[in-house]
Design a binder for this molecule. Structure first.
Ligand code: SAH
Ligand code: SF4
Length: 354
């Protein structure tokens, strides 16, 4: 469909302009937007209050669906589901849906593969293919939202059983695909449509300093998570190759400015790897690095990947690490390995298939 418009790639303003150029009255944009992001239709024929001619014209000029589910795996407890999607050009991405307490969270990908190449990450090991478009990012959320709506058999999403949170923590580095990622966030947040509050959206970055600075100037304030994984440049250069471009002193300065400008607390992600980054001395250094910053550390058990030599830390080492951070008054949580049995670590299902 080379000449057709991918409708989900349009911002609200672009949709309004398109319909206006077709001679439609201004309220049509609200109607179409509502069908797309509130009623979650996947077909123009379902847009029942539009005149038949407009539906036909939309169908001729545009298309809605770009993701085709190829495989799905469900965790043993049934609470985590991971889907592998094919894109129109045959590339593949993964998205994960998680039920946790009262939350229904979708974890979305922002790129096909990832150019950063962290050696412990399945996505990083698979290389980089391309950026996703805003529509491809949004559609991952719509896919699960439609299923939830279907489960309830209701025609509208405002049943309290829709998607409650979106995390940009799937494949790819969102801040290396800033434009599309930000547009997707705005589309999900738009009040006339999906209406997901900015506080319910969390973006995880490996530390792209200009991107963090740009985020702090945005009107919408989404949650920010920074994947740290090491307290020294020497180690971080190895675990997160982008650290060579944005070393710790620059990253921490950007984080401090971000916290000050936005008044928001940053989450630092730290995947504990046995004998690599989990010693008591490293915990002490990490604590010193974060002193005085409004933050929170999330210790993640490493998901071992096929190609990587890294192993998760022992429970004992993880507890000692956590105790040291708490001794330094740094709020710390320890994520339990969720969906390990379905290889919910990013990029792992895709890797298995290839
Ligand atoms: N590129 C971004 C977002 C996607 S990765 C980033 O790196 O932050 C999302 C999270 O998964 C990151 O915190 C990343 O470090 C973590 N991750 C990647 N591979 C992992 C693995 N094998 N085990 C545990 N966490 C992993
Ligand atoms: Fe990319 Fe994040 Fe994986 Fe590193 S951890 S390779 S930045 S997706």
């Amino acid at each position: 469909m080379p000449d057709k418009i991918a409708l989900l790639d349009l911002t609200y303003a672009q949709l309004r302009d398109l319909l206006k150029s077709w001679g439609e009255p201004p309220f049509r944009a609200d109607q179409v937007w509502g069908w797309l992001y509130r009623s979650l239709v996947s077909d123009f024929d379902q847009m029942r209050n539009l005149p038949k001619e407009l539906r036909t014209r939309l169908d001729e000029a545009a298309y809605l669906q770009t993701l085709t589910p190829l495989a799905e795996s469900v965790s043993a407890d049934g609470l985590t589901r991971k889907v592998l999607f094919a894109l129109q050009d045959g590339e593949t991405i993964e998205s994960v849906f998680m039920r946790y307490e009262r939350r229904r969270t979708v974890c979305v990908s922002t790129q096909v593969g990832c150019p950063v190449g962290c050696p412990f990450c399945a996505t990083g090991q698979s290389g980089f293919r391309r950026n996703l478009t805003a529509g491809e990012i949004v559609e991952q959320v719509l896919y699960f939202a439609r299923q939830l709506m279907g489960d309830k058999g209701k025609g509208e999403k405002d049943t309290g059983e829709g998607i409650s949170n979106v995390v940009l923590m799937g494949m790819g580095e969102p801040l290396l695909n800033y434009e599309a990622t930000w547009q997707a966030i705005e589309t999900l947040n738009e009040a006339k449509g999906f209406g997901l509050g900015a506080r319910r959206i969390t973006l995880s970055t490996v530390g792209v300093v200009p991107g963090i600075r740009r985020l702090s100037r945005e009107q919408l304030q989404v949650g920010l998570a920074v994947s740290l994984h090491a307290p020294t440049d020497r180690l971080r250069n190895k675990l997160v190759p982008l650290n060579r471009r944005y070393p710790l002193h620059r990253l921490m300065a950007a984080c401090r400015d971000y916290a000050q400008e936005t008044g928001r607390r940053i989450t630092f992600e730290y995947a504990l790897m046995e004998g690599i980054n989990d010693s008591l001395e490293q915990a002490q250094r990490l604590g010193r690095l974060l002193q005085g910053l409004t933050c929170h550390v999330n210790l993640i058990p490493l998901n071992p990947t096929v190609e990587s030599p890294y192993q998760p830390s022992s429970h004992k080492a993880a507890l000692a690490f956590r105790r040291e951070l708490e001794r330094q008054k740094i709020p710390t949580t320890m994520r339990v390995g969720r969906g390990v049995d379905i290889q919910a670590g990013c990029g792992q299902l895709r890797g298995k298939r290839e």
